[in-house]
Design a protein around this ligand. Structure first.
Ligand code: SAJ
Length: 477
């Protein structure tokens, strides 16, 4: 009689050696935290030695973080675990065979969002690599955000085909989605509850053994692998929906000539038993690797897993996809505000010099994945404007030139357009900017509500702001 998975795992004993595949915003802090835990012996960070990211291997083995933005605690932790010899980064994937548990934190973008076609090529390559070195009693955990049904479906098939072993019999398999945000990676992993979804209870139990030691405030929330996949895609879809709701309201407030922030304060004041008000913040758009795609993972999941059972109003679009469209519209709206501002200054987009402040999708970070500023940049260029891009954190980005010289960027600008909520834009001095901008009447378009409209209007700017219907038609003297 073949021993049960629980027996095989008991034979193997407690998790001592861990492998983390994917040295990025998710994998690096997770590997450092596993390595820092006395519960575990050694952690391998697996990174392909590719031209674009092979440099990370040497940096990490020196105890340095390749992530540039502010990441409190990460540098010190990395230095500590490397010095202690508990963490090493390698491109030698054969070392997977030495591990008791392997996690995969690999990007899962979409090839075609309209047809709901994800690009799982990098993930499948990673899973295949694990399958190739898989041994009985090992635990495999997918941390990437994936289409519901992936763990118990294709991931399982690839692992079984590559290894000749059976999931749930010879090895454990689970989904434990990451819930990190740049700028607070270490804290999020330690303090957020961890959704842990095994393909069976033994897998859930083994994965709980992996994550419990690195949680401080957070606790493990066990469920099935598919429920865990739906939980993760849902939490980002709902956040995107909440943002779309305030973006739509902001557009309404502009049209009605009122201040969105007065309305928000008012609505937010209704407190009390059972009353929740999660009004988020409108802005120049939604970027990043998560909210821009996880809705489509959820949509694909219900298509694949629930195709014949879904009861939904005929002909009606998905509320979640509509929300995506509203949020993707905001960079286009920023262009409209810029055009309207220039017209008030007696100019047009064609031939105008625009200083675009902020390329990162999130304030005070270097993360420029799917930045909303990119759509604005393309549209403004098509309209014949000349754009200079400033960002204090983002080093480089394919196809564009970035500058860290803020005053150089706004020099002679006809319009200054704020796309990211970096702290330094909160301290822009309207008089100093007025001095270096164009000779005529410059335009200020605030896409993140970081500047004081009155200060810029009295300094002689034409002001436009998301949700500021009360100011967007201000007097010009
Ligand atoms: N944004 C707004 N208004 C808001 C909040 C955000 O316009 O009120 C914009 C931001 O400017 C940014 C985008 O949305 O362009 C995404 O911002 P975010 O704060 O959601 O940052 P992410 O995408 O890095 O983090 C999200 C988080 N998900 C949830 O809070 C449900 C994080 O917890 C996840 O770990 C992360 O996605 C992920 O990796 O999935």
């Amino acid at each position: 009689m073949k021993p049960s998975l629980a027996h095989v795992i008991a034979e193997r004993g407690p998790i001592r050696k861990i492998g983390v595949i994917g040295m990025g915003y998710v994998g690096i802090p997770a590997a450092a935290l596993f390595a820092d835990s006395p519960a575990f012996g050694h952690v391998y960070g697996f990174q392909r030695d590719s031209p674009s990211s092979g440099y990370k291997i040497a940096m990490l083995n020196r105890g340095e973080s390749p992530l540039k933005g502010e990441e409190p605690g990460l540098e010190d932790l990395l230095a500590k675990v490397v010095t202690a010899g508990k963490f090493s980064c390698t491109s030698d994937f054969s070392k997977i065979g030495e591990c008791d548990a392997v996690t995969l934190a690999i990007q899962t973008p979409f090839l075609d969002k309209k047809d709901l076609l994800p690009d799982f090529s990098a993930l499948y390559e990673g899973v295949k690599n694990v399958g190739h070195y898989l041994k009985p009693g090992m635990l495999v955990v997918l941390e990437s955000t994936i289409t519901p049904g992936t763990t118990a479906g294709i991931a399982r098939e690839i692992l079984e085909k590559e290894s000749g072993l059976i999931a749930g019999k010879d090895f454990a398999l689970a989904h434990a989605p990451e819930r990190v945000m740049v700028g607070r990676l270490i804290r999020n992993i330690r303090e957020h509850d961890r959704i842990v979804g095994g393909i069976d209870d033994v897998s859930t139990k083994r994965a709980t053994e992996l994550y419990s030691p690195i949680l401080t405030i957070g606790k493990v929330i066990p469920m099935s692998a598919t429920a865990a996949e739906v939980t993760k895609t849902t939490e980002n879809t709902f956040r995107d929906l909440q943002i779309a709701a305030v973006n739509e309201l902001a557009l309404y407030c502009e049209a009605m000539g009122i201040n969105f922030y007065d309305v928000r304060t008012g609505v937010d004041s209704l407190k009390g038993e059972g009353i929740t008000r999660a009004m988020l913040w409108p802005g120049a758009g939604v970027g990043g690797h998560c909210l821009t795609k996880d809705t489509f993972h959820l949509e694909r999941g219900v298509q694949v897993l629930g195709k014949d059972r879904l009861d939904y109003p005929a002909g009606e679009p998905s509320l979640y996809v509509l929300a995506r469209h509203i949020n993707d519209f905001m960079p286009r709206h920023m262009l409209t505000l810029t055009r309207q501002g220039l017209e008030r200054a007696g100019k047009e987009l064609k031939g105008s010099k625009i200083a675009l402040l902020g390329w990162a999708f999130l304030g005070n970070s270097d993360d420029a994945r799917d930045p909303p500023s990119e759509m604005f940049y393309e549209l403004a260029r098509e309209a014949g404007a000349k754009i200079t891009i400033h960002d204090p954190w983002v080093e480089s980005y394919p196809g564009i030139t970035l500058t860290k010289d803020q005053m150089g960027a706004v020099k002679g600008a006809d319009a200054v357009v704020i796309f990211t909520g970096h702290n330094e834009y909160r301290h822009l001095d309207p008089r100093e900017l007025r001095r270096v901008c164009c000779s005529g009447r410059p335009v200020m378009v605030d896409g993140r509500n970081v500047i004081d409209p009155d200060a810029f209007i009295s300094a002689g700017f034409v002001y436009k702001g998301i949700g500021r219907g009360d100011k967007n038609g201000h007097g010009i003297w």
